[in-house]
Every structure is written in C-alpha cells, then in structure tokens.
Ligand binder design. Structure first.
Ligand SMILES: *Cc1c(COP(=O)(O)O)cnc(C)c1O
Length: 222
C-alpha cells in the first residue's frame, strides 16, 4: 500500500480524539510530502539536524513534534518552529527549552518522558522521579513552556499483557499527576504512548497521541 493509503486507513481505525503523529525520521522529504498530500499535518522527528534540513524544504503549516533524545545544545536549532517536545527528562533540558523559547517569544508544548519499559536503555524519568520533579520545580519560572502531558514507551516484546500493564501504569500516573499538579490546567491533557507495533493497546489504555512511523512509511533504512 502507498503512504497515502496507510495514512487514510490508520486514521479511519482511530477514535477521532486520538492524535496521529506520523514519525518520519530517516524517511526522505518526498515521503513526508506524500503523507502531507493525504492530509497529514503532524510529523515527528528524532534528530535535530535531520529535522532542520527537512523543515526548510517542507510546507510551513506542518506541526513538528520532537520525539527523540534531545541534547541541550541542539535546542536552539529547532526552537523557532518546534511545536511539541515529547522527551523532556531533566530540569536542565526544560530550562534550556524555556530559555531558547524566550528568545523567540514562543511557547513550546512539552511532555515529560517517563520510563515504563523493563529495558534498561530507554530514556525518561522513573515514576518516582517524575513526581519529585513536579513537586520541586518552580512552576511559574518557565513562562515559555507548557507541560501538556506525559510520554512513554512500552517494552519491545510479543507479550501483550506486559505491554498493556506498562501502558496502564503510565495512564494511572498521568491521572495522578493531573489531579495533584494540573487540576485546573486544561492544557495538561496529553498522554503520548503507542507506536507501530503496539498502538492499538495504547489507545485502549487511554493514549491521546500515537507516534507511528513504520506502519505509515515502511521500514527505516539506517
Ligand atoms: C521511532 C520512534 C517511533 C516510531 O516507531 P515505529 O515503530 O516506526 O512506529 C515512536 N516513538 C519514538 C520515541 C521513536 O523514536
């Protein structure tokens, strides 16, 4: 199937309140253009340098989401157009985003990344660190960012029950965080979870944003 057909079919299978982020990392601008022609406007990239090149060549009404590990010294390269950063996992990174956003007088949406998988290598706060982070940050000190939710990745496994449990855990943390720290904050509403192989489970467990690459664009060639 073509990229356009994949997008249309995927859209049709999702509840309308779930946002589809087309993860275009490692795919050429032509592929993104094809998805764009099919009506897709939200794209996810995971490397600042690659995003910088693509952003220049593509329509300006694309909403770019950053989903990978973001080095602090790369923040300035993407800050003038990035819409949402899904991978905030330290105070220093949050501070840098706020500082660079201030220079452009932009407000950036950010998600706190929480480590829910059993694999060691995945990024993110532990649930405990996430609570401590929210307890200790000076909430009014970052006027150029809005914390709009949480993001997480499940373990890469065939064991669907494990994946479901991990997503369920993140959803419950999301509810707890919303109640404790964002009770009167309507924009704290996003739970970014689910990728090509596990998004149906994520959607069942309350995901509001899925990040899908392979199912749209095919296998990545690294
Ligand atoms: C690459 C990536 C995705 C998309 O993965 P697919 O399996 O191709 O859908 C989603 N989220 C993050 C954080 C990624 O790095």
């Amino acid at each position: 199937m073509s990229i356009a057909q994949n997008i249309i079919q995927l859209r049709a299978s999702l509840p309308k309140e779930v946002t589809l982020i087309a993860v275009s990392k490692f795919h050429p601008v032509e592929a993104i253009r094809e998805a764009y022609e099919a009506g897709q406007r939200i794209f996810g990239e995971s490397r600042a340098q690659e995003l910088k090149v693509k952003q220049k060549e593509l329509p300006s009404d694309i909403e770019w989401h950053f989903i990978g590990t973001l080095q602090r010294n790369k923040v300035k390269d993407i800050i003038s157009y990035i819409h949402t950063i899904h991978s905030i996992d330290s105070l220093r990174l949050l501070e840098e985003v706020n500082k660079q956003a201030a220079k452009h007088n932009r407000i950036i949406n950010v998600l706190l990344e929480v480590h829910i998988a059993s694999e060691e290598s995945k990024q993110g706060f532990s649930p405990y660190e996430c609570r401590m982070f929210l307890e200790t940050i000076e909430r009014n000190a970052y006027p150029y960012i809005r914390i709009t939710g949480l993001m997480g990745m499940a373990t890469y496994t065939e064991d669907e029950e494990q994946v479901q449990n991990e997503f369920r855990k993140l959803h419950s943390l999301f509810m707890e965080v919303k109640e404790k720290w964002f009770d009167n904050v309507p924009y704290f509403k996003e739970l970014s979870m689910g990728m090509s192989h596990d998004f149906p489970i994520a959607v069942e467990e309350g995901s509001t944003m899925i990040r899908v690459g392979t199912k749209i664009f095919g296998e990545r060639v690294y």
